[in-house]
Write a new protein. Structure first.
Lengths: 204, 285
């Protein structure tokens, strides 16, 4: 009976917390103020956005040709303890797959030990994160291989790659530039290759 | 228990996720378009310019820096277009663009249209105050009154190329990889041609209404929709091409004495009358 009462009490608090913003908005002078738990009024959630598609197109020349493009990942939260952003593949493979059996594998590099992209590999990098180096990385298309180092995007079965961790409110949102690069030569058949990845942001 | 439930309630904040696609088009290098022209000097008002570039690629053609047509090269990289010529110098350039955005342009080719005596107005030189000693040539396109007003209706007549075999009024069978489609419509009409709902050509009819363009054909059924429009008035025609594979003819019966040959070959395939026969005698045991 005592446990039943406690459950009822929790439910009542939950219902009250949902009703409170409506009550607050009816009181002149209080609108937009106040705090609920760890978040500021009306912004207790967290959002993450980026480009829907990142195109890293290459027209290979007589030697290895590379393209690097940026995806701006934006995380917004009013959590005073900040957020953590991570990324992993949607599938059990990190290959870029084409319409036929051909694919482009990821680089062998990792965050702890990233490597320059070899021919017919792709990867990501975040300037100044882990062992990537400070950069700055610059967007480029159909250029010679650079010394910039990249890591493989973890598969869905692996631990997601941590991209950013903050400890303060992020409103307006904080941008994390994630660079995706690819290097190919004529050994890779002409086709459109792709894979899906997911960015995940959680409040700390 | 109560405190634990409350704590869980406050700490349970759903993570936010966003899905992104990493996409990479690996493209063949683009071959610069190379033109082939019939005559660099002509009195004709139109001429067919042909060329080669990478296969199955978008080719944009410009005349005197003005875009006049966008078409698609065939599997062999060939493209062809009937262009109208203004009196004087006509400079043509082409740009090939693939899905990676790479483009390649060649040096312009010049086709000079000379005027036939007593049949056309001469080019009118225009002088300006700032450069009175050097007259500037201005293109004079023959004026056709109907092009300046909105027509009640516009015509569209397609000339069916020879070599194809028709099975119905608008269905043709061929084994060619492309077809040069010619037609007549309203002068300066905008002509759009799509193949199986994919736009393959976009051009402007000549001042006499003529147009012509090489259309690549894919294997199987090619439903060509030819849409002509001018001043908001439009008309559409549909032409169906069935492209068969070129096959080695298979003879199913052979009669040497009567010279009767029965066999199967692709429709539209020209059979040359060379017959190599191997005689293999069989001696009785």
């Amino acid at each position: 009976m005592k446990r039943y009462t406690q459950h009822l009490l929790v439910l009542a608090i939950l219902a009250l917390s949902l009703l409170t913003p409506a009550i607050s908005s009816a009181i002149p002078g209080d609108y937009g103020a106040g705090a609920y738990g760890a978040c500021t009024y009306n912004t207790c959630g967290i959002t993450v956005t980026s480009d829907s598609v990142v195109n890293i197109n290459v027209t290979p020349g007589s030697s290895t040709t590379c393209t690097t493009q940026k995806d701006s990942v934006v995380v917004t939260t009013d959590s005073p303890t900040g957020y953590s952003l991570s990324m992993k593949s949607n599938t059990s493979s990190s290959n870029l797959t084409g319409s036929s059996a051909a694919f482009i594998p990821p680089t062998s590099g990792t965050q702890a030990s990233p490597t320059a992209l070899a021919a017919n590999t792709w990867g990501y990098r975040v300037d100044s994160l882990a062992s990537f180096g400070s950069g700055p990385t610059i967007a480029s298309s159909n250029t010679a291989p650079s010394a910039a180092t990249f890591a493989a995007v973890p598969t869905s079965a692996q631990t997601a790659a941590s991209l950013a961790t903050t400890s303060a409110v992020a409103n307006p949102g904080i941008i994390t530039p994630v660079w995706f690069g690819i290097c190919t030569n004529t050994a890779t058949p002409a086709d459109t290759y792709s894979t899906g990845i997911t960015f995940t942001a959680v409040v700390n | 228990m109560f405190k634990t439930s409350l704590l869980l309630l406050l700490l349970t904040l759903s993570p936010a996720t966003f899905a992104t696609t990493i996409q990479s088009s690996i493209c063949e290098p683009v071959s610069a378009p190379v033109f082939t022209i019939q005559d660099s000097t002509t009195t004709a008002t139109t001429e067919i310019v042909s060329g080669t570039t990478s296969s199955n690629i978008s080719v944009s053609v410009q005349r005197n820096t003005q875009h006049i047509a966008t078409l698609t090269s065939d599997e062999a990289g060939a493209f062809s277009l009937q262009v109208s010529l203004a009196p004087g110098s006509n400079s043509f350039t082409a740009t090939s663009t693939n899905s990676c955005g790479s483009a390649s342009s060649q040096d312009p080719i010049i086709i000079t249209r000379t005027l036939q005596q007593n049949t056309e107005s001469p080019i009118t030189p225009i002088t300006t105050a700032s450069s009175a000693e050097e007259p500037i040539e201005q293109e004079v396109t023959p004026t056709i009154p109907s092009t300046t007003t909105k027509p009640d209706a516009i015509t569209l007549r397609i000339t069916v190329p020879s070599g194809a075999i028709g099975t119905s009024a608008s269905t043709l069978i061929t084994s060619d990889e492309s077809v040069f489609l010619k037609g007549m419509s309203h002068p300066s009409a905008h002509i759009e041609i799509s193949n199986n709902d994919i736009k393959v050509a976009d051009l402007t009819a000549a001042s006499d209404g003529s147009f012509g363009v090489l259309i690549p054909l894919s294997k199987g059924t090619n439903i060509l929709t030819i849409h002509a429009s001018f001043a908001g008035v439009s008309t559409t025609q549909i032409l169906t091409y069935i492209r068969n594979e070129k096959e080695t003819p298979q003879f199913t019966a052979l009669t040497i004495a009567g010279v009767a040959l029965v066999g199967v070959a692709s429709v539209g395939l020209i059979l040359h009358n060379k017959l190599h026969l191997k005689h293999k005698s069989k001696r009785g045991r």
